[in-house]
Design a binder for this molecule. Structure first.
Ligand code: AHG
Ligand code: MN
Ligand code: MN
Length: 344
């Protein structure tokens, strides 16, 4: 008898581990801890207008961006949630300059995983009550010895053990994959439990929605500009012009792209010489999202190659990002190959 409670996140992970013997109970513990952190951040996001949690802290982070109180709060919640779990040997956050080694707590052996995360994505939207998110990526420890090193963080997305995001939108939804498809869980605040709302999400092969900050149009490469103009041409036989949707919180834009199809883009631009590869960070924004999209039958590219094949060299390195339906992503790669004489 299937109780009305439905498939909880905990039961889903546990059943996943029984089916995949290579998994260990650790992943259950990790994902449940992420769910706990998501519930706590969700509670604060939902009352952000009331608590003294809006606005700025007056500090700037390693990215040179002004830190908002909710960025800091979310960062503290995720760091605390991960710090004493015993499964992680090292972690890194968008909000912290250097990697954070884990407290050993006298444990006989260090953790067997590393984690990188963007505690609050889309924070410029917080004060306007627009959807924001959190992003996480979990790798296996690969360095020798007990303690974690930067090697355990700087791994290509192809090797991820688990990745996902939380979108704090009209509802709070946790979307994740452990390499066996993409599943979504919606928080039922009345019981404080994530209940499965989507099973094996698949993204359509081609979509007719594109998502980009067109204010950067003058700074994009020739190939990207031609691709965007192509999508805006009148040609009913190919469903063009496409619709344009841009929220400005990548998690929200990606969530819509995953469910409705199309392409999300944050291309390289020539606006800021210090950021020649665009704004989004590889390790804790683009790699985890690319992992989910490929698990859902989609694609994610830097314009030339799959994001998941990029070998990271720095924790906060940035990359151009084109992600969504596989045909739309292949199409922008064709425009870039044809019109961008010099590779980005
Ligand atoms: P974060 O809030 O973690 O710094 O990320 C914001 C990112 C991403 O969420 C979004 O796609 C992008 O910034 C929007 O940038 P623009 O405002 O330049 O379009
Ligand atoms: Mn972000
Ligand atoms: Mn962020």
């Amino acid at each position: 008898m299937d109780s009305k409670i439905g498939m909880t996140l905990t039961r889903h992970i546990y059943e996943g581990e029984r089916v995949h013997p290579e998994a260990t109970g650790e992943l259950t513990g990790i994902l449940n801890q992420i769910a706990l952190a998501a519930k706590i951040v969700s509670r604060e996001v939902r009352k952000a207008g009331l608590a003294e949690i809006l606005g700025f802290t007056g500090q700037r982070n390693v990215q040179g961006e002004e830190v908002r109180k909710l960025d800091q709060f979310a960062n503290d919640v995720f760091m605390t949630a991960f710090s004493h779990l015993g499964h992680f040997c090292i972690m890194a956050s968008e909000e912290v300059d250097k990697p954070i080694p884990m407290p050993v707590d006298g444990r006989p052996d260090g953790g067997r995983y590393s984690v990188v995360f963007d505690p609050l994505d889309g924070s410029s939207n917080i004060d306007a009550n627009v959807g924001v998110g959190s992003i996480f990526a979990v790798h296996h420890k690969i360095s020798p010895g007990r303690d974690g090193t930067i090697t355990d963080l700087l791994q290509p997305g192809r090797r991820l053990a688990a990745a996902g995001y939380v979108v704090y939108g009209s509802s709070t939804m946790l979307v994740l994959s452990t390499g066996h498809g993409v599943h979504a869980f919606t928080l039922d605040p009345s019981v404080g439990e994530f209940l499965q709302s989507h099973h094996h999400i698949r993204i359509r092969e081609r979509g007719t929605i594109y998502s980009a900050n067109e204010g950067n149009y003058p700074y994009w490469s020739q190939g990207v500009r031609r691709f965007v103009s192509h999508m805006k041409q009148h040609d009913p036989t190919t469903g063009r012009p496409y619709s344009s949707r841009y929220i400005g919180s990548m998690v929200a834009d990606i969530h819509r792209t995953l469910l409705y199809g199309g392409i999300f883009m944050y291309p390289a631009d020539s606006k800021d010489p210090k950021k020649p590869h665009g704004k989004l960070r590889l390790l804790y924004e683009c790699s985890p999202i690319a992992f989910l999209l490929e698990q859902a039958g989609g694609a994610a590219s830097d314009g030339h190659r799959p994001i998941l094949d990029i070998q990271p060299t720095e924790v906060h390195q940035r990359t151009p990002f084109f992600a969504g339906s596989v045909e739309n992503v292949r199409e922008v790669e064709t425009f870039i190959a044809r019109y961008d004489a010099v590779r980005a």
